[in-house]
Design a protein around this ligand. Structure first.
Ligand code: SF4
Length: 217
């Protein structure tokens, strides 16, 4: 199917409608500070936010600061995060992150993209979650929902998360990036699902190039 580029005006109109439709859209991970959000976001890879929120209270209690984690045994961490999947790799990354934060950043989570993506297990998605939600620095998170809906709405055409992020950042005003990702994720979970898009109830159906293409439910 030929893809017609969407104008920033149309995209912003759609974003306005989505924000009205999902006023409660926000980060679903439970955290109290940047360190906790960084840990929770690393754990959320290939795992639901609900599951992460079940695991983190005990983890945060055991390791309230990076300095507490660096002296832990990897096996001890693995036990606590086992149910989030990929637990060996995640535990290794958490320990590596904690070490790096203590050695290079005075035990604090850094506030720039370059410094964040230099941490073990931290990619642009995780970095944007932390920047946008913990520090108020606009971050365009591209997860599976954001990627899929951006494609369907004609907001992006790139094949990679990095490419989609770049297109969205060009299309949408910087100050709206963080919230745009939240509403797209909510829309992806509640309406524009991967297999069964609920187009008949969609708040942006009139502006969606997929109208009449997706299965109406
Ligand atoms: S009209 Fe359908 S495919 Fe388009 S954004 Fe809405 S739910 Fe998704």
């Amino acid at each position: 199917m030929k893809r017609t580029p969407v104008s920033p005006f149309d995209a912003i109109e759609s974003l306005d409608r989505l924000e009205q439709a999902y006023p409660a859209a926000r980060c679903a991970l439970i955290y109290e500070n940047p360190w906790q959000l960084l840990v929770a976001t690393i754990l959320s890879a290939q795992c639901t936010d609900v599951r992460v929120n079940q695991v983190t209270p005990l983890l945060f209690q055991s390791f309230p600061e990076p300095g507490n984690l660096i002296v832990a045994e990897q096996r001890e961490v693995e036990k606590l995060i086992y149910s989030t999947g990929f637990y060996r790799n995640k535990a290794k990354n958490l320990l590596g992150c904690a070490r790096e934060l203590v050695q290079a950043h005075g035990g604090k989570v850094p506030q720039t993209m370059d410094q964040l993506v230099a941490l073990p297990g931290v990619g642009r998605k995780t970095a944007n979650v932390v920047l946008g939600n913990a520090f108020g620095v606009p971050g365009m998170v591209v997860d599976t929902h954001v990627g899929r809906i951006s494609w369907r709405l004609g907001w992006a055409s790139a094949r990679t998360p990095e490419g989609i992020e770049q297109e969205l950042c060009t299309l949408l005003p910087r100050e709206r990036w963080t919230q745009a990702a939240h509403v797209l994720i909510f829309h992806g979970r509640q309406c524009c699902r991967a297999q069964t898009a609920c187009c008949s109830a969609c708040p942006v159906v009139e502006r969606c190039p997929q109208l009449g293409v997706r299965r109406q439910k």
